[in-house]
Design a protein around this ligand. Structure first.
Ligand code: PLP
Length: 425
């Protein structure tokens, strides 16, 4: 399989090149030249397949030029080391719990797979330094995903005082090949520093700088697999062709779902559940894409005003919004509705949602009546205790976060301070 930019079909690159480059040189996102289709008996065999078997069968066409089948099998096994169960929440709504990984968010899947790809693709006797800016969740997932992976150093920039103690713990408390730096500045400053480092060719070559942000193909592709796990478990519960609701921000998760469906996975249609950041919802309604600054909400990992994966999503529908609306419907859910959903789901179904899952369930219920639906629960509720307590006055989390002591490393918001650290890492 070759990959080209969403903005230009004429030049193609291999999977390895696409992963190492991250973003195409014209600013577009890498997409496969075509989507493979599943074997005609795949859906019949699905109930019996292991995650490694699903992973190899689904992902093999995407990586065959750069990985052996055995390497792929091993990467899938090393990525999916935690359970991803489906549970019944009420008579026709089921949840796919994606939060059983090390940082209790679904981003663990993509980060773990990507770290294995980079380890495989780094040239002999060379090192790669992964540099990322984070406002919270991505940093933790990348830190854990790359923790202890040979020949790769990770440097994470986060705003000093701008992340939760839990999130800081997940990034800064690890050590080994992970360096987390609290920058005296905002998240935007962190992102600007990363961008500046990537445009500095000398710096880029000297340290083998590589980005691990969410537009990387190696984070996108493995996300297809949990849709297969979801549909597989539903089949075993005699539920076929579900409507699937995805809590969405940058639209990476839903893009992976759409790819799985287009390959032949039986999903009726998707609900893209957004919070007050309704850029995609408006786009689907009007056909006009109007990015805007993000708004702060309770489901903060979805606070995205200009979703970067929209180019990919449009590509998979041949830039035809009518075709897109045959597979996708969207909604925008308020914080009030989010809290109401957390409260009623606890009272009626005895299930504790986090704010992201609550947005997804609300969106699902709004769209189905008699059909069966599956929604994605992307983070563990314990990560959002304040919101849960706002909705459920008597909520008493049973699970407490284990704190490990760490020393905060603070740097000034300038390139020289960052270079100094890179020199030592
Ligand atoms: C990143 C994230 C999302 C949004 O996923 P996208 O792929 O950006 O649409 C939803 N929920 C949680 C908990 C996240 O961390």
């Amino acid at each position: 399989m070759r990959y080209h930019s969403t903005r230009n079909k004429s030049t193609t690159v291999s999977f390895r090149e696409a992963v190492l480059q991250g973003l195409a040189s014209d600013g577009g996102l890498f997409v496969p030249e075509h989507l493979p289709t599943l074997a005609s008996d795949f859906m019949q065999r699905l109930p019996q397949l292991s995650i490694e078997e699903i992973g190899v069968e689904v992902l093999w066409p995407f990586v065959e030029s750069d990985l052996s089948e055995e390497e792929l099998r091993k990467m899938v096994a090393e990525t999916f080391t935690f359970i991803i169960p489906v549970k019944r929440v009420n008579h026709n709504c089921y949840v796919l719990e994606l939060f059983h990984g090390p940082t209790q968010a679904f981003k663990d899947v993509g980060a773990r797979f990507m770290s294995r790809c980079l380890r495989r693709f780094v040239e002999p006797h060379k090192k790669i330094t992964v540099l990322v800016a984070t406002s919270g969740d991505t940093g933790g997932a990348v830190a854990h995903g790359f923790y202890g992976v040979e020949n790769i150093d990770v440097v994470i920039l986060y705003p000093n005082g701008g992340v939760s103690p839990y999130q800081e713990q997940q990034m800064a408390g690890l050590g080994k090949n992970i360096t987390a730096l609290a920058v005296n500045g905002t998240f935007d400053d962190c992102q600007a520093l990363v961008k500046q480092a990537f445009t500095d060719i000398q710096l880029k070559n000297e340290f083998g700088l590589c980005s691990a942000n969410s537009i990387n193909l190696a984070r996108l592709l493995p996300q297809m697999l949990y849709y297969f796990l979801g549909v597989q478990q539903l089949l075993n519960m005699n539920v076929i062709n579900p409507v699937v609701s995805v809590p969405s921000g940058n639209l990476g998760n839903i893009t992976a779902g759409v790819m799985a469906k287009q390959m032949g996975l039986q999903i009726d249609y998707f609900v893209v559940a957004c919070n007050a950041n309704d850029t995609f919802f408006k786009f689907l309604k009007t056909g006009i894409y109007q990015p805007k600054p993000s708004l702060k909400t309770l489901s903060n990992a979805m606070d995205v005003g200009s979703p970067s994966n929209i180019e990919r999503l449009q590509h998979f529908f041949e830039n035809n919004i009518t075709t897109m609306t045959q597979t996708i419907t969207a909604c925008s859910i308020s914080d009030t509705e989010t809290l109401e959903t957390i409260a009623t789901t606890y009272q009626e179904d005895n299930y504790i949602l986090d704010p992201h899952g609550a947005v997804a369930l609300h969106g699902l219920k709004r769209n189905i009546s008699k059909q069966q639906g599956l929604f994605l629960e992307t983070a563990h509720p314990v990560k959002f205790q304040e919101s849960i307590q706002q909705a459920l006055v008597d909520f008493n989390p049973q699970q407490h976060i284990q704190a490990r002591p760490f020393e905060r490393k603070i740097i000034e918001n300038d390139m020289d301070s960052l270079k100094q650290i890179l020199d030592f890492s």
